[in-house]
Design a protein around this ligand. Sequence first.
Ligand code: FDP
Length: 341
Amino acid sequence: MIALDERLQLLKAEQPERAALIELFTALAAKAKEVSRIIAAGGDLGSTIGDQNADGDAQKALDVMADDEFLDAAKLSGVVAAYCSEEQDRAVILDQNAPLVIAIDPLDGSSNIDVNVSIGTIISVLPNPGGDLQQSAMQSGDQQLAAAFFVYGPQTTLYLTLGEGTDLYRMDPISGLFVLIEERIEIAEETSEYAINASNARQWFTPIQRYISDLLLGEEGPRERNFNMRWIGSLVADAGRIFNRGGVFLYPGDRRPKYENGRLRLIYEANPVAFLVEQAGGAATDGAARILEKTPTEIHERTALVFGSKTEVRWVGSYEAETRQGLDQSPLFSHRNLFRS
Ligand code: FDP
């Protein structure tokens, strides 16, 4: 069994040009260990501290604590030019000449803090593009050099890609070392499990309403098999499940004010998850377009997000395309839909 630090050092010897990335992940993993221990110890971590983050979400004590810890890791690594966090209004500029930019959701799943449900940290690493560092995270996801998320749950785990597959590590609770448990994970191509917050059903747009209705029809419907639903409500935990046994996750746009483009943030959440998912053979779109090709126009921009098992992500895309083409308005449509392959 090989530990993350050892693996990173081996990689550094083989590919010295990636030394900065390796320094960064060594520092981030050390901080994640601390955050994991703070969470496991419990206490008053979920109380609202009175502020709202840039997205208008109420900040919890742990959101702020985790943000401080990971900002500290970025500083300590000495390789980060700008630290762009979901918890900060603007990028924190650290060193104009450093090679890397971080976009981070320091504490994903804030509403699950108080109830001992898995939560996590999501990280995207981009090259420093030079120029105005306030704009440095406004790069398409395809530019990412690395992406990762930690899950603080019954086990503390790390899903990491440096662009050569996605590897899964688990923190040994005694030594605190992240140990490699699966190299180059592959997300199952087919699935019968989906994840969506179904309480928003009446607000969904037509394609998602049709897609989910067809899943619910099970064996008697056009999909001719039964589907099961799992929704944890922490993106990291739902994503971890999908890496391990397949599935499709949807947070679509809907009719609620400010939810036209869903809830999740493009640069802090969708891009890193999409990179990890594609590196594991899965797919990630906003329903229609590939997430990694979207160019952010605003640092806290939201996007609809559909990811997981490739075949199912394609199915969602086919419902979106039918609506765009007006096919679902045709009188023959339900018949055709029923018999499509
Ligand atoms: P949270 O607000 O608890 O931090 O983006 C944050 C996130 O959780 C995701 O982890 C989760 O998938 C989603 O929001 C849940 O949103 P809903 O409460 O609208 O379902």
